[in-house]
Design a protein around this ligand. Structure first.
Ligand SMILES: N[C@@H](CCC(=O)N[C@@H](CS)C(=O)NCC(=O)O)C(=O)O
Length: 204
């Protein structure tokens, strides 16, 4: 059994970014490989969904960003980034951010990989509504989310908002001033700067 963490990530995945940030904050040693998911058949053996992020931890596969973050938190010697006093509220915010990311990824695929005449306008509209409604919902919970100590839901929110700005629109900030100011501030941290999305691979 090898004694290492191999972290398969993509260049723009918001789910992968979330895990990478956790590894950086908790100072978990790992080897990151940014792969072209569309050309990474080798991953099927570990994760039949062939998705990033996927972590191989001491030979064991851990798939799905939430499982990876929980695993990294468990093996860390630092205090947990999952606040005990508001654990389920934190988990619910994380689930909503997963929805933002999924809808933003699906929207981007629909708009970038499908010819304009074949794009489903209704589906795009639905993705956009869900993203914007979810951001408004998080804004309304801002006082609950905010704390000086960085928590898992804050990391997830930062990744979801930045991905929305990257792939869809920055306009969400007009209606959500608390989140806009907070994202600007948290984005000054090295863990945000060092994990900015890069160049994506072509959808295949
Ligand atoms: N639920 C998964 C979602 C991961 C996901 O959607 N990854 C995308 C990249 S952002 C992917 O690998 N897409 C390739 C594919 O599904 O074929 C998680 O939280 O890790």
């Amino acid at each position: 059994m090898s004694n290492e963490l191999i972290f398969y990530n993509g260049p723009t995945s918001p789910f992968g970014r979330k895990c990478k940030i956790v590894a950086l904050i908790l100072k978990i040693e790992h080897k990151e490989e940014k792969i072209n998911i569309y050309k990474s058949k080798f991953l099927d053996e570990h994760n039949p969904l062939r998705q990033v992020p996927t972590l191989i931890a001491n030979g064991k596969t851990i798939s799905d960003s939430d499982n990876i973050c929980l695993y990294l938190d468990e093996i860390s010697s630092f205090d947990s980034i999952y606040p005990k006093e508001r654990y389920w509220d934190c988990m619910t915010i994380i689930s909503v951010t997963n929805g933002i990311m999924e809808n933003a990824v699906n929207r981007y695929i629909e708009m970038s990989a499908i010819s304009e005449d074949e794009q489903r306008k209704k589906a795009i509209d639905r993705y956009e509504k869900k993203i914007l409604r979810s951001i408004d919902w998080i804004e309304n919970k801002f006082d609950e989310l905010y704390s000086d100590k960085i928590t898992m839901d804050q990391i997830a929110v930062a990744c979801a908002l930045d991905y929305t700005s990257f792939r869809f629109t920055k306009d969400w900030g007009n209606e959500n001033p608390k989140l806009k100011a907070w994202l600007k501030n948290i984005s000054k941290n090295d863990f945000m700067i060092d994990t900015k999305p890069g160049e994506s691979f072509k959808y295949e």
